[in-house]
Design a protein around this ligand. Structure first.
Ligand code: IMP
Length: 186
């Protein structure tokens, strides 16, 4: 069967790599745009992901699918912050997270990912993925990106940055969202 051609409306190569692994049979490239992405103005991950996909729809070839992805980390002790603001919460989000949770016993957190696919005929499918875990006391590991050096998944002792990119490809919130998307498409 021919591969499903798709564009990911993102500039993040880590996201691309995880989604390529999670969507076998899809030929995904980053959307190339010199227009810059619109601000993430949505009320939630879904609206942001859909906004990115809709933006990409205008630049992608008519026969391509467009994938919009929005994700973030939510700390229970911070009432779910930074959430959808994860990317712009601080210059160094990890430093701020460690600072805000200093001396706080409740370390529970989760990663959330919303994935929206818009098809050539305007059809829309979505998938949500969640990875539960906790925020460690210090940075550990050097793989992944963003908050991975302080995020310890439930049932693990090591951070995602220590567990590594292979672990992420199999278990991340993005991988889970992609599995839900595949189910929605089948
Ligand atoms: P956005 O979806 O591009 O707005 O950004 C999501 C932000 O959430 C990233 O910049 C990271 O700060 C955080 N984030 C999302 N997924 C991950 C992940 O897999 N590892 C680490 N941080 C992540």
């Amino acid at each position: 069967m021919a591969a499903v051609k798709a564009r990911l409306a993102s500039g993040n190569p880590h996201k691309l790599e995880e989604l390529r692994a999670a969507l076998p049979g899809w030929a995904i490239e980053l959307l190339e745009t010199d227009r810059g992405y619109p601000p993430e103005a949505g009320a939630d991950y879904y609206e942001n992901a859909r906004g990115k996909a809709a933006f990409g729809r205008h630049s992608a070839d008519p026969d391509e699918w467009v994938l919009g992805e929005d994700s973030g980390i939510e700390a229970a002790a911070l009432g779910g912050a930074p959430g959808t603001a994860s990317a712009r919460w601080a210059d160094d989000g990890v430093a701020r997270l460690l600072e805000e949770l200093e001396g706080v016993a409740e370390r529970g957190a989760r990663y959330v990912c919303e994935l929206v696919a818009l098809g050539p005929d305007g059809e829309e499918r979505r998938g949500t993925g969640i990875l539960e875990g906790a925020i460690g006391l210090e940075r550990r590991g050097d793989e992944g990106f963003g908050y991975d050096p302080v995020f310890v998944p439930l049932g693990e002792q090591r951070t995602v940055a220590e567990l590594g990119n292979d672990w992420k490809r199999a278990n991340s919130h993005r991988t889970r969202a992609a599995a839900a998307l595949r189910a929605a498409l089948s």
